[in-house]
Ligand binder design. Sequence first.
Ligand code: ATP
Ligand code: MG
Length: 279
Amino acid sequence: MHGLAHRRILVKVGGETVKVAADRERLARDVAAVVRMGAKVAIVHGAGPQITALAERLGIASVMHGGRRVTDAAMLRAVAMAMCGEVATDLMGALLGAGVDALPLPAAAAGIVVGRKRPPRAVPGEAEPVDFGWVADVDRVRAQPVEALWASGLLPVLSSLVADASGKLLNLNADTLVTALVPALRIEEVVLVTGVPGVFRNLEDPRTHLPYLQDTELPGLIRSGAVQGGMVAKLEEVGRILHQGAERVAIVGYQDEGALTGAVTDAPGMRTLVQRSAA
Ligand SMILES: Nc1ncnc2c1ncn2[C@@H]1O[C@H](COP(=O)(O)OP(=O)(O)OP(=O)(O)O)[C@@H](O)[C@H]1O
Ligand SMILES: [Mg+2]
C-alpha cells in the first residue's frame, strides 16, 4: 500500500471529463485505486458543456466572462438540472460500477456550503463590472456532513450548486467551490481533472506544456493572455487553493489512464503540478 493512508484528497472533475461513459469509467477506476490506497477522497464536479447543451435545448443563451458563466433565473434551472440530474448521477453510476460507495449531493446539502449572491464585480478585460446573476460568493463551509460521510466509508460527490442562508439556490464555478472546501476539510492535495493534461504556454503547441509552476507565476501567466476560457478561472483558483493551505495542485487530463493515481503517487506522466513558492 502506497503511503496515502488518511491523506485528504479533493478531486475536481470538469463537465467535459465525464460526458462519455468510457471516460467516466476510466476515471472511476482511477478514483477507486486511490481510495484503496487509504486516502480520504471527495469529488467536486462541474458541468460546463452539459449546462450549455441543455440551455441550448431550452432556448437559453450561454454568456461567459473570464471563463465564468452568467446565471439568470432560467439558466439557474438548467444548471440545477444538468449538474444534479445529469452529471452527478452519471458520475455516481460509474463510481458504483468501480466499487466506490459514491454519494452524490449538491454542495448546498445539509448546509455544507452557504453563500450569498455575488455583487457585480470587475473582470479583467471588461470595462464595466459584470453582474453574474444567481452566482454565489461563499460565506461559510460546514465540514461535519462530509466528515460524517468519510467516517462511514462513503465518498461524497459534490455538485457545485450552493444556497444562501434562506435556501435560495446559487450557481458556483466548480473550481471556486474547491477553493472554499480546502481549508474547511483540511485538504492536503487537489487534483483538477480537465480536458487537457495541464497548462500550455500555447495550447496549439504540445511542446509548450508546463510540467511545474509556482503560485507566484500564475498572475503573470493569466495576464500574458496565454491561457484562455475556463483555464483563466482555473488558474485564479489554483493560486487561492494553495493560499488556503493545500500543499499542491495537479492539473491532469481525463484522457490519460491512471492520471489521478499518477498525480498523487508522483509517477511519471504528463500533468502540471503547481506548488507554493518557498519564500
Ligand atoms: N493555455 C492553456 N492551457 C491549457 N488549457 C487551456 C489553455 N487555454 C485555454 N485552455 C482551455 O481551458 C479548458 C479548461 O477549462 P474548462 O472550464 O473548459 O474545463 P473544466 O473547468 O475542467 O470544466 P467545468 O467548467 O465543466 O468544471 C481546457 O480544456 C482548455 O481547452
Ligand atoms: Mg471550468
